[in-house]
Design a protein. Structure first.
Length: 351
């Protein structure tokens, strides 16, 4: 290598970055011990941003496109003194490529149960998990607040912080929403949107944007799920009495089909007889309802002596007087015993 080749190798003429990792948020272009040549070509691809840091300060941010690095299109670099020699001298600067694409399918979940006050079950402990997506929205803020001078920053370097932020936001949103535990499954989308809007400012302070936040599952403690299963079973059974009769019929059928003999047969027959007797008794009661008690016979007084007689008696058992009331021969009006003249027409009563 000649002297000119050695000098030429110290100058950077092409600045670009191709990401093949899939998880890199920030990459520092290797310029250690080299200078950027005036007129160097800068290629920034879609979903990238190039950040120039000069003398410890962020000088310029370039979006997607092809650039020629000189004083004409780097006014901030000129202001900082990079081109103090008439834009002809090379300069030293750090170049960071920031990946602005969406990073998808990142996982979040509750390491510990989240306490919740529920109207149906009281205090319950919930666990939840899901996925989220992020992108770098502000390269300047991301470098200042998160990446710093890190030469290679990947999603794993910040996932722990983001997960804790997401779980904290989920817990607050769950408490504020006051959604009943039984209704959580039908409100995953609404709750996810609420958490995302609640945390947007927090992510913005990192230079990031929370583009997606999805809740895949919220699980209840085993004892609560068991209580829910019992409640569901009771709803399916419906009429407990009919269900008991159905179970009894099944038991009798199984006992009749059991041909293995032995103690099992005896026990099955005994249970079958007991169930059969109970069912027979129930059927007998249904077919022969209790008759109503016969009311006490009515009584009347004798029209002559006043003795008590059964209603409908024709003669008094004490004085023998007839209990049939006489009628007026003229107008057929019933007459009180002992009456000599009809109180309607005045006709004389015979004997």
């Amino acid at each position: 290598m000649g002297i000119m080749d050695a000098i030429r190798s110290q100058f950077i003429e092409v600045i670009e970055w191709l990401d093949d990792s899939g998880n890199t948020l920030l990459y520092r272009f290797p310029v250690q011990g080299q200078e950027i040549k005036n007129g160097a070509r800068l290629t920034v691809r879609e979903s990238q941003a190039a950040v120039f840091v000069f003398q410890g300060q962020i000088a310029d941010v370039f979006g997607p496109g092809l650039y020629t690095i000189d004083g004409g299109n780097t006014p901030i670099l000129s202001k900082l003194g990079a081109w103090m020699h008439g834009f002809n001298s090379p300069f030293k600067a750090e170049v960071y490529f920031v990946n602005t694409k969406q990073f998808t399918d990142l996982k979040w979940g509750t390491a510990n149960p989240v306490m919740m006050r529920d109207t149906d079950f009281g205090m319950v402990r919930l666990r939840a998990f899901g996925i989220y997506s992020i992108r770098v929205a502000e390269p300047r803020a991301f470098i200042k607040e998160v990446a710093g001078t890190n030469g290679h920053f990947v999603t794993e370097d910040i996932e722990g912080q983001l997960k804790r932020t997401l779980v904290s936001g989920f817990s607050d949103a769950l408490a504020e929403s006051k959604i009943a535990a039984l209704d959580l499954a039908s409100n995953y989308d609404e709750l996810g949107k609420f958490v995302r809007s609640k945390l947007s400012d927090e992510f913005k302070s990192y230079g990031l944007e929370l583009t997606k936040y999805l809740i895949e599952n919220i699980s209840l403690p085993q004892e609560v799920e068991a209580a829910m299963d019992k409640r569901t079973s009771m709803g399916v059974i419906g009429d407990v009495g009919r269900y008991t009769q159905f179970q009894a019929a099944d038991a009798m059928r199984d006992a009749a089909q059991n041909t293995s003999g032995g103690a099992g047969t005896g026990a099955g027959l005994g249970a079958g007889f007991a169930i059969g007797n109970a069912m027979a008794g129930a059927m007998t009661n249904a077919m022969n309802p209790k008759t109503a008690e016969t009311p006490a016979a009515a009584k009347v007084n004798c029209i002559k002596c006043g003795a008590q007689l059964l209603a409908g008696a024709k003669f008094c058992s004490e004085c023998g007087a007839s209990q049939e009331k006489k009628k007026c021969a003229n107008c057929q009006t019933e007459l009180v015993p002992g009456t000599k003249f009809c109180n309607e027409c005045g006709t004389k009563v015979e004997g």
